[in-house]
Design a protein around this ligand. Sequence first.
Ligand SMILES: Nc1ncnc2c1ncn2[C@@H]1O[C@H](COP(=O)(O)OP(=O)(O)OP(=O)(O)O)[C@@H](O)[C@H]1O
Ligand SMILES: Nc1nc2c(c(=O)[nH]1)N=C(CO)CN2
Length: 175
Amino acid sequence: MTRAVLSLGSNLGDRLAHLRSAVAALGDAVLVVSGVYETPPWGDTDQPAYLNAVLLAQDPAATPYDWLERARAAERAAGRTRDPQRRFGPRTLDVDVIAVWGDDDEPVLSDDPELTLPHPRAHLRAFVLRPWIDIQPYGRLPGHGWLTDLLTAGPVAADALELRPRPDLGIESTA
Ligand SMILES: Nc1ncnc2c1ncn2[C@@H]1O[C@H](COP(=O)(O)OP(=O)(O)OP(=O)(O)O)[C@@H](O)[C@H]1O
Ligand SMILES: Nc1nc2c(c(=O)[nH]1)N=C(CO)CN2
Protein backbone atom coordinates (compact mmCIF):
# COMPACT_ATOMS: atom_id res chain seq x y z
CA MET A 1 0.00 0.00 0.00
CA THR A 2 1.47 3.31 -0.94
CA ARG A 3 -0.14 6.55 0.24
CA ALA A 4 -1.89 7.72 3.39
CA VAL A 5 -3.39 10.95 4.68
CA LEU A 6 -2.87 11.31 8.43
CA SER A 7 -4.28 13.98 10.73
CA LEU A 8 -2.38 15.39 13.70
CA GLY A 9 -3.95 17.09 16.70
CA SER A 10 -2.71 18.31 20.08
CA ASN A 11 -4.22 20.36 22.88
CA LEU A 12 -2.04 19.56 25.89
CA GLY A 13 1.50 20.72 26.71
CA ASP A 14 3.73 22.07 23.95
CA ARG A 15 1.25 21.53 21.15
CA LEU A 16 3.52 22.52 18.28
CA ALA A 17 6.36 20.34 19.57
CA HIS A 18 3.96 17.39 19.63
CA LEU A 19 2.90 17.94 16.02
CA ARG A 20 6.53 18.27 15.00
CA SER A 21 7.47 15.11 16.82
CA ALA A 22 4.82 13.21 14.85
CA VAL A 23 6.28 14.44 11.56
CA ALA A 24 9.75 13.49 12.75
CA ALA A 25 8.59 10.03 13.85
CA LEU A 26 7.12 9.35 10.39
CA GLY A 27 10.47 10.24 8.86
CA ASP A 28 11.13 9.83 5.16
CA ALA A 29 7.61 8.61 4.46
CA VAL A 30 6.29 12.17 4.79
CA LEU A 31 5.71 13.83 1.41
CA VAL A 32 4.07 17.11 2.44
CA VAL A 33 2.66 18.70 5.58
CA SER A 34 -0.17 21.25 5.73
CA GLY A 35 -0.14 24.52 7.57
CA VAL A 36 -1.00 24.56 11.26
CA TYR A 37 -4.49 25.65 12.38
CA GLU A 38 -5.72 26.64 15.81
CA THR A 39 -9.13 25.01 16.16
CA PRO A 40 -11.91 25.06 18.76
CA PRO A 41 -12.45 21.67 20.42
CA TRP A 42 -14.87 19.44 18.49
CA GLY A 43 -17.09 16.80 20.10
CA ASP A 44 -16.23 17.67 23.72
CA THR A 45 -16.11 21.45 23.94
CA ASP A 46 -14.91 21.75 27.55
CA GLN A 47 -11.17 21.61 26.81
CA PRO A 48 -8.41 23.85 25.41
CA ALA A 49 -8.09 24.76 21.73
CA TYR A 50 -6.20 22.34 19.49
CA LEU A 51 -3.44 22.75 16.99
CA ASN A 52 -4.22 20.61 13.95
CA ALA A 53 -2.44 19.71 10.73
CA VAL A 54 -2.65 17.01 8.05
CA LEU A 55 0.10 15.25 6.15
CA LEU A 56 0.45 13.06 3.10
CA ALA A 57 2.81 10.12 3.44
CA GLN A 58 4.04 7.47 1.05
CA ASP A 59 5.73 4.12 1.51
CA PRO A 60 5.49 1.37 -1.09
CA ALA A 61 5.96 -1.29 1.57
CA ALA A 62 3.41 -0.07 4.14
CA THR A 63 0.10 -1.87 4.62
CA PRO A 64 -2.91 0.05 6.07
CA TYR A 65 -2.18 -1.51 9.47
CA ASP A 66 1.43 -0.34 9.20
CA TRP A 67 0.09 3.23 8.93
CA LEU A 68 -1.99 2.66 12.07
CA GLU A 69 1.04 1.28 13.88
CA ARG A 70 3.13 4.28 12.79
CA ALA A 71 0.39 6.62 13.98
CA ARG A 72 0.39 4.91 17.38
CA ALA A 73 4.19 4.97 17.54
CA ALA A 74 4.13 8.72 16.84
CA GLU A 75 1.59 9.17 19.66
CA ARG A 76 3.78 7.16 22.03
CA ALA A 77 6.86 9.16 21.02
CA ALA A 78 5.02 12.33 22.04
CA GLY A 79 4.26 10.70 25.39
CA ARG A 80 0.55 10.55 24.63
CA THR A 81 -1.56 11.28 27.65
CA ARG A 82 -5.33 11.31 27.69
CA ASP A 83 -8.23 10.45 29.95
CA PRO A 84 -9.60 7.08 28.78
CA GLN A 85 -12.99 8.01 30.28
CA ARG A 86 -13.42 10.97 27.92
CA ARG A 87 -14.07 9.92 24.34
CA PHE A 88 -13.15 13.16 22.57
CA GLY A 89 -11.19 14.58 25.49
CA PRO A 90 -7.84 16.42 25.61
CA ARG A 91 -4.61 14.74 24.58
CA THR A 92 -0.95 15.52 23.95
CA LEU A 93 -1.08 13.99 20.48
CA ASP A 94 -3.67 12.28 18.34
CA VAL A 95 -2.66 10.81 14.99
CA ASP A 96 -5.55 9.44 12.93
CA VAL A 97 -5.35 7.52 9.67
CA ILE A 98 -7.80 9.43 7.49
CA ALA A 99 -7.51 7.49 4.23
CA VAL A 100 -5.16 5.07 2.47
CA TRP A 101 -4.67 4.39 -1.26
CA GLY A 102 -3.18 1.21 -2.69
CA ASP A 103 -0.70 0.53 -5.49
CA ASP A 104 -3.52 0.81 -8.01
CA ASP A 105 -4.38 4.26 -6.59
CA GLU A 106 -7.71 2.88 -5.38
CA PRO A 107 -8.81 3.87 -1.87
CA VAL A 108 -8.70 1.16 0.77
CA LEU A 109 -12.09 0.62 2.45
CA SER A 110 -12.34 -1.07 5.84
CA ASP A 111 -15.02 -1.46 8.51
CA ASP A 112 -12.67 -3.09 11.02
CA PRO A 113 -13.18 -1.19 14.33
CA GLU A 114 -9.41 -1.40 14.83
CA LEU A 115 -8.85 0.45 11.55
CA THR A 116 -11.88 1.94 9.83
CA LEU A 117 -11.10 3.49 6.42
CA PRO A 118 -11.72 6.16 5.55
CA HIS A 119 -11.79 7.48 9.12
CA PRO A 120 -15.51 7.45 10.04
CA ARG A 121 -15.64 11.03 11.31
CA ALA A 122 -13.26 12.75 8.88
CA HIS A 123 -16.12 14.15 6.76
CA LEU A 124 -17.56 15.89 9.84
CA ARG A 125 -14.33 17.60 10.89
CA ALA A 126 -13.35 20.98 9.53
CA PHE A 127 -10.08 20.57 11.45
CA VAL A 128 -9.21 17.66 9.13
CA LEU A 129 -10.72 18.91 5.84
CA ARG A 130 -9.30 22.43 5.92
CA PRO A 131 -5.61 21.51 6.40
CA TRP A 132 -6.02 18.63 3.93
CA ILE A 133 -7.18 21.11 1.26
CA ASP A 134 -3.92 23.01 1.82
CA ILE A 135 -1.94 20.06 0.47
CA GLN A 136 -4.53 18.56 -1.94
CA PRO A 137 -6.87 21.32 -3.17
CA TYR A 138 -8.58 18.87 -5.57
CA GLY A 139 -8.61 16.02 -3.07
CA ARG A 140 -11.52 13.67 -2.45
CA LEU A 141 -12.45 11.84 0.73
CA PRO A 142 -13.25 8.29 -0.46
CA GLY A 143 -16.98 7.61 -0.19
CA HIS A 144 -17.80 11.27 0.51
CA GLY A 145 -16.57 13.36 -2.42
CA TRP A 146 -14.65 16.56 -2.92
CA LEU A 147 -12.99 18.06 0.14
CA THR A 148 -14.16 21.55 -0.88
CA ASP A 149 -17.81 20.39 -1.04
CA LEU A 150 -17.57 18.77 2.39
CA LEU A 151 -15.98 21.85 3.91
CA THR A 152 -18.60 24.23 2.59
CA ALA A 153 -21.70 22.25 3.57
CA GLY A 154 -23.81 22.37 6.73
CA PRO A 155 -22.32 22.42 10.22
CA VAL A 156 -18.80 21.77 8.92
CA ALA A 157 -18.90 25.12 7.08
CA ALA A 158 -19.77 26.90 10.33
CA ASP A 159 -16.90 25.15 12.11
CA ALA A 160 -14.54 26.10 9.27
CA LEU A 161 -15.14 29.77 9.99
CA GLU A 162 -13.77 29.22 13.50
CA LEU A 163 -10.44 27.76 12.37
CA ARG A 164 -7.50 30.10 12.65
CA PRO A 165 -4.50 29.59 10.34
CA ARG A 166 -1.23 29.90 12.26
CA PRO A 167 1.36 30.69 9.57
CA ASP A 168 3.66 31.76 12.39
CA LEU A 169 3.89 28.12 13.50
CA GLY A 170 5.98 26.07 11.09
CA ILE A 171 5.69 22.33 11.42
CA GLU A 172 8.16 20.90 8.90
CA SER A 173 11.20 21.60 11.01
CA THR A 174 12.02 19.44 14.00
CA ALA A 175 14.56 21.98 15.24
N1 LIG B 1 -8.83 5.34 10.79
C1 LIG B 1 -8.42 5.21 12.05
N2 LIG B 1 -7.39 5.95 12.53
C2 LIG B 1 -6.99 5.82 13.81
N3 LIG B 1 -7.55 4.98 14.71
C3 LIG B 1 -8.59 4.23 14.28
C4 LIG B 1 -9.06 4.31 12.95
N4 LIG B 1 -10.11 3.44 12.80
C5 LIG B 1 -10.26 2.86 13.98
N5 LIG B 1 -9.36 3.30 14.88
C6 LIG B 1 -9.28 2.82 16.27
O1 LIG B 1 -9.82 3.80 17.10
C7 LIG B 1 -9.31 3.56 18.41
C8 LIG B 1 -9.37 4.82 19.25
O2 LIG B 1 -8.52 5.76 18.66
P1 LIG B 1 -8.33 7.14 19.34
O3 LIG B 1 -8.00 6.98 20.77
O4 LIG B 1 -7.35 7.91 18.48
O5 LIG B 1 -9.81 7.74 19.19
P2 LIG B 1 -10.24 9.18 19.51
O6 LIG B 1 -9.09 10.07 19.15
O7 LIG B 1 -10.78 9.27 20.88
O8 LIG B 1 -11.43 9.46 18.50
P3 LIG B 1 -11.31 9.78 16.97
O9 LIG B 1 -10.79 8.52 16.31
O10 LIG B 1 -12.69 10.11 16.59
O11 LIG B 1 -10.35 10.92 16.80
C9 LIG B 1 -7.90 3.05 18.20
O12 LIG B 1 -7.61 2.02 19.08
C10 LIG B 1 -7.88 2.58 16.76
O13 LIG B 1 -7.59 1.19 16.65
N1 LIG C 1 -10.48 20.85 17.15
C1 LIG C 1 -10.27 19.58 17.45
N2 LIG C 1 -11.16 18.92 18.21
C2 LIG C 1 -10.94 17.61 18.50
C3 LIG C 1 -9.78 16.94 18.04
C4 LIG C 1 -8.87 17.68 17.24
O1 LIG C 1 -7.82 17.14 16.79
N3 LIG C 1 -9.15 18.98 16.97
N4 LIG C 1 -9.57 15.64 18.35
C5 LIG C 1 -10.41 14.99 19.10
C6 LIG C 1 -10.07 13.60 19.38
O2 LIG C 1 -11.01 12.72 19.07
C7 LIG C 1 -11.62 15.60 19.65
N5 LIG C 1 -11.83 16.97 19.28
